[in-house]
Every structure is written in C-alpha cells, then in structure tokens.
Design a protein around this ligand. Structure first.
Ligand SMILES: O=C(O)[C@H]1O[C@H](OP(=O)(O)OP(=O)(O)OC[C@H]2O[C@@H](n3ccc(=O)[nH]c3=O)[C@H](O)[C@@H]2O)[C@H](O)[C@@H](O)[C@H]1O
Length: 414
C-alpha cells in the first residue's frame, strides 16, 4: 500500500512537481516580462511605445511635513510655489532660483525614463541639499494634487512638467496626450478648485509657430500650422488655458521657450548628444533644408530662461476665482522667451568642435518630415515691456558653460 501510495505518491509527487514547476515557470516568465515592459528604457531613438508615466507612492505624516517645510517661504518672501517637472532641466534650475531668493518651493516629478532618470535623481539630490523637496508623482494624479493644495496654500504653480521633444512624438504619441493635454487639464482642475486659487505659469513652446514664415515670431502671430504633435499639444494647451481663464478666473501665463540649452540639460537635445557623440568619435547627423539651406534655432541659455520664468511669476496677477467661480476678468498672457538671434546648426557644431577640440564626423541629411521646422526666431519685445526680460548669453558663451559642466559631470577628460 505504502509502496503503491509510495509508488502513487512518488508518481503523484512527480506529477505535482511537474504541475507546480510549470506554474512557477509560467509565473516567473510573466514577472520577467512585466518587469521588462515597465523598465522599458528608451534607446536614443526613443523606441518605447508605453506611456512614460509612472505610478508613484506618496503620503504619510513625514511626507506631509516635508511638503510643508519645503513650501514655507523665508521671511521677506510671500511665495509658495509648486514646480511641476522640478527634476527636469528647466524645472530644476527654476526651483533652485526660487529657493535661493527665499520662496517656498515644492517640486513634483514622475521621474519617467524618457531620458536617463539618473540625471533627474542627481538634480533632485542637489535641490534637496538646498531645501527643495521633490515629490515623486504624476501630474494626472488628482488625489495627490488635491492633497498638496490641502497641505499648502500655493500662491503660484510653475507648471513645467511635460513630454518634450519634437521628433519623439512620432514614436510615442500617447505620452504627449497623457502629459501635455490630460496632465495640463489635471493641473488646471486642481488650481481652479483651490481656495485661494494660485496664479499659473506654464511651459508652452516656440514650436507652436510651426511652419510660419514671418520672422521674427511674435505672440500676436497666428499659430495655425503646428508641424508636430508636440507643437499641437502645446498649441492646444494655450487654447485650454484660455477656457480656464475665461470660465474660472485663473491667472495664466504661457511661456514659449526657444530651444533651451545649458548645464544639466536634456540628453535628447541635439547640442547634448552632439557633444556626447563628438567626444566618442561617433558620427552626428546634421539636417539641412531644401536647396541645402541651413537649419537654424534661436538657442536660449538656461539662465536667461530662468530670468524669464521668474519675471513672469513676479508680474503675474492673482486669479479672480474661488469655489470654481470667477469674480472678475483674470490675466491671460503668452510670452516668447528666446534669444532673438538664431544660429545655424552648422555653427553650433563648429562651436562644439572648438570647445571639445575634436573634429565632428558629420552626415548631412535632408530635414526629415519628423516635425522639425527650418528655423525659429523670437521677437521678445512683449516680455521686455512687461517685466524687463533681456537675454544676455550668446551661444558661444552658453555652450562653453555647458561643455564645462558636461566634461565635469561625466568626468570626461577632453
Ligand atoms: O523650442 C522649443 O520649444 C523646442 O526646442 C527643442 O526642440 P528643437 O529646437 O528641435 O531642439 P533639438 O531637438 O535640440 O534640435 C535642434 C536643431 O538641431 C537639428 N538636429 C536635431 C537632431 C539631429 O540629429 N540633427 C540635427 O540637425 C534640429 O533640426 C534642430 O534644428 C526641444 O527639444 C523641444 O522640446 C522644444 O522645447
């Protein structure tokens, strides 16, 4: 009996072993598959098609205390600012500048993997050392936003979180809808429901000018022909801002940034990966327009952009709504924040070759139909008049500061 059982047992235990090992194997495969998909990091071509937002965790007594301490302004300042995208390029520089002058600053960032998250973590660490707490969370998390507005009476929201990048929009369109449309509405919804309502300054883009031929670009120009989904989501953002201003009395200022560059920049931008590839001896692709026309950008150094962001914040009027109703007309503005002197991309490469002391290996290709435009050029007279915006760093000087940072950060001996 025992034997049979034994035998059966043995037979039974063998079949159980096979059964459970099959289950376990399948489970293991599933876990590996899921973890591969969630850590689906992008190669430089940005091939992932999964939305780049992440589910993050927040809350608890310690967390609430960190938020309130970080949001508290130093004496002499009355600003408590929520900076979304605070671990990003512009967001981290703006957060540091606000904190330096005594404003209370709380950051919010989803730390997605659109580009190397370790760069975002390094920015987060630097900001933590100056007393800026960055919450890991998604701007679409309305629960989180409500909690933040319950904890802090924010005077301003500097909304810089977005899915950036003109060309990547063709690879992962959902990420642009999630961050630049749904995310913007989520922020506006939280602000409209707050009492008192904050004033909002948010990142639009020079790309809204799209295929316009009248240069330099002025805020009064029509922006009806965006050339990329990225540009279209920013243009849509400006229309959405108009409705939240009109209905709820939110004071809203849109900032059309013109190809921002500088230390702690974005690895997905040409000046950054050109530097990396030139140092590695890898070829770079330089686009050219029809009839070999050179492509140009009104490259704007990050320190000038920070001045534009703070000037916009300081000149923003209060919102006029409360409890979801407006009590009077509210301020609605859009500013060009550029350098007013476009430079050809070929010139950018020459400057980098000089700074890096390495000759670039260039492949010249026609500008692909990937959403890129031939040129940008900002008319900044409106921002100049409204709050004295005045860029002071030209491309040579700015790239010198960027290259110095790059060589140090990646501890590359040039
Ligand atoms: O002003 C903005 O609102 C946008 O600025 C930035 O977009 P762009 O101005 O396109 O910058 P970027 O990609 O660095 O290409 C620079 C130049 O290099 C050319 N370019 C690019 C890649 C390449 O391989 N070769 C090349 O010649 C390319 O044709 C272009 O002429 C931000 O990414 C975007 O998020 C948004 O903020």
């Amino acid at each position: 009996m025992d034997k049979t059982f034994g035998h059966r047992n043995r037979h039974y235990s063998t079949s159980r072993l096979v059964f459970w090992s099959t289950i376990f194997g399948a489970l293991l495969m599933y876990i590996v598959f899921r973890s591969l998909r969630s850590s689906d990091s992008l190669d430089s071509s940005g091939s992932s098609s999964t939305p780049l937002h992440t589910t993050a965790k927040w809350g608890g007594k310690d967390w609430e205390q960190s938020v309130q301490i970080s949001a508290h302004p130093r004496s002499g300042s009355h600003n408590s600012v929520l900076v979304t995208g605070a671990a990003g390029f512009v967001g981290s520089h703006v957060s540091a500048a606000l904190k330096r002058r005594g404003d209370g600053v709380v950051g919010l960032d989803c730390f997605n993997n659109y580009y190397d998250p370790s760069l975002k973590r390094a920015r987060q660490k630097l900001l933590a050392e100056s007393g800026v707490f960055i919450i890991e969370g998604d701007i679409n998390d309305s629960e989180l936003l409500k909690k933040l507005f319950d904890l802090v009476t924010f005077t301003h929201v500097m909304h810089l979180a977005a899915q950036a990048g003109v060309r990547y929009a063709m690879k992962n369109p959902n990420s642009y809808v999630h961050s630049n449309i749904a995310g913007l509405v989520s922020i506006f919804e939280a602000c409209k429901a707050a009492n008192p309502q904050p004033a909002i300054i948010w990142a639009s883009s020079s790309s809204v000018y799209g295929l316009n031929t009248k240069v330099p670009f002025s805020e009064k120009d029509r922006t009806d022909n965006p050339a990329s989904l990225y540009a279209a989501t920013k243009k849509a953002g400006e229309e959405i801002a108009h409705t939240y201003n009109h209905i709820y009395g939110l004071s809203i200022t849109g900032l059309r940034f013109f190809t921002v560059y500088g230390p702690w920049g974005r690895p997905d931008m040409a000046y950054f990966f050109f530097t990396k590839d030139i140092l590695k001896g890898k070829p770079i692709t330089v686009y050219e327009g029809p009839a070999h026309a050179s492509v140009a950008r009104d490259f704007t150094f990050i320190d000038d952009i920070v001045k534009g962001c703070l000037g916009s914040l300081d000149s923003a009027e209060k919102s006029t709504g409360s409890g979801g109703k407006k009590t009077g007309p509210a301020q609605l503005r859009v500013f060009n924040l550029g350098n007013t002197s476009p430079v050809q991309v070929t010139r950018l490469v020459n400057i980098l070759e000089g700074l890096l002391k390495v000759k670039a290996k260039k492949n010249v290709l026609p500008l692909p139909r990937n959403g890129d435009v031939l040129y940008t050029h900002a008319n900044i007279s409106y921002a100049m008049k409204e709050f004295g915006y005045k860029p002071t760093t030209n491309l040579e000087a700015g790239l010198k500061k960027f290259v110095k940072w790059y060589l140090d950060y990646y501890s590359v001996t040039s």
